[in-house]
Write a protein that binds this ligand. Structure first.
Ligand SMILES: Cc1cc2nc3c(=O)[nH]c(=O)nc-3n(C[C@H](O)[C@H](O)[C@H](O)COP(=O)(O)OP(=O)(O)OC[C@H]3O[C@@H](n4cnc5c(N)ncnc54)[C@H](O)[C@@H]3O)c2cc1C
Length: 314
């Protein structure tokens, strides 16, 4: 099979790039090791990202994707596509073993507005559905998709790239674009030395933090805003409903994120320091941490793991 361009990775960057190139008249192959729809993390959008999305959509006439740049246009044009309203960022500082106390003058909480109204608000992307929409847009633009297969080897010969896919298919392409995210598929296949200061893998490894995340999707996570409204009058002074934000609960040496989607699902994740002495069982780390903070424990009292991915990932 011959293509102008092979894109490795079908997350939103790979599908968007493939779509734009196909719309420019290029023949494009998109390869992803998973089949869509599938669970993916990385869901909370920011104003700068939405500006880029809107300008790409305008420039390349991506009418299906343009509405996703703001909460109002998303809900109006894509009501069936799950997302969450994000008016900004919120931070709540907890103490071990005690109910959350906002302090006399909001000392233990911080709300940062990123937009002035719900309709102009940013969004949390329910990526299972959003990435699938991006993939369908790519197919509509003429991209050939090979899902559920990896790129197992690549070499440059006779002025083109030769890719061997796990499915047994051989592909020739003039260009290869690596959109495999942190997997860095092409760096690995080309044997780039991570000690070489000029290599992509070296540059990326320098960005690694000293933390790990444990995360999943949950159903029936209780409302923090409702809990606060019951117990603390000061929550009336919030510039927006704190459930409509990228909500952060700061827990001594770690923190928890909560992103609520309008389909009843909440993305929750715990960021912990990379310490060798941690127990290996992610469920144990999760439970031990949540149980140490009574107000956080309340949030998860009735919560269950959502059917996708149905487990904690860490
Ligand atoms: C815990 C966590 C929380 C995050 N939270 C946020 C957030 O709130 N907001 C935000 O903007 N970003 C967030 N990010 C970052 C965000 O996930 C990434 O920036 C985003 O997913 C990048 O999209 P992408 O398309 O480049 O890569 P990805 O979404 O990672 O897609 C890469 C694709 O490559 C495919 N692939 C991998 N290996 C192969 C292979 N060998 N062959 C073929 N295909 C392959 C994968 O299946 C995948 O579909 C978070 C990341 C993490 C880890």
């Amino acid at each position: 099979m011959d293509f102008d361009i092979a894109v490795v990775g079908g997350g939103f960057s790979g599908t968007l790039t493939a779509t734009i190139l196909a719309k420019q008249g290029r023949s494009v192959l998109l390869v992803d090791r998973n089949k869509q729809p599938r669970f993916a993390i990385g869901e909370s959008s920011v104003p700068a990202g939405n500006l880029v999305l809107a300008s790409l959509a305008d420039r390349y006439e991506l009418s299906d994707i343009r509405p996703l740049a703001k909460y109002g246009s998303w809900k109006q044009n894509k009501p069936g596509l799950a997302c969450g309203l994000k008016r900004g960022f919120s931070y709540f500082f907890h103490s071990t073993g005690a109910d959350f106390d906002p302090g006399h003058n909001h000392e233990n909480e911080l709300l940062v507005a990123a937009s002035s109204s719900d309709s102009l608000g940013d969004t949390h992307w329910f990526r299972e559905e959003v990435d699938f929409l991006f993939l369908k847009t790519a197919i509509g633009a003429g991209v050939t998709v090979h899902g559920g297969t990896t790129v197992d080897s690549m070499s440059h010969q006779g002025g083109h790239w030769q890719l061997e896919l796990g499915s047994g298919v051989s592909v020739k392409a003039k260009w290869v674009i690596d959109a495999s995210g942190r997997r860095q598929v092409t760096s690995k296949l080309l044997g780039q030395d991570s000690d070489d200061p000029m290599s992509d893998s070296r540059a990326t490894s320098l960005l690694h933090t000293n933390t790990s995340a444990i995360y999943s999707h949950f159903e029936d996570v209780s409302s923090w805003q409702a809990w606060m409204a019951q117990s603390h009058d000061g929550s009336k002074e919030y510039p927006f409903n704190s459930d409509h934000s990228a909500q952060h609960h700061i827990l001594d040496d770690r923190w928890l994120w909560l992103l609520r989607f309008d389909n009843g699902i909440t993305s929750a994740g715990l960021v912990i320091p990379n310490i060798e002495s941690h127990p290996k069982d992610v469920a144990e780390i999760w439970d031990t941490t949540i149980n140490q903070y009574p107000s956080v424990k309340c949030l998860f009292q009735s919560a269950t793991l959502a059917s996708t991915p149905r487990k904690l990932i860490g």
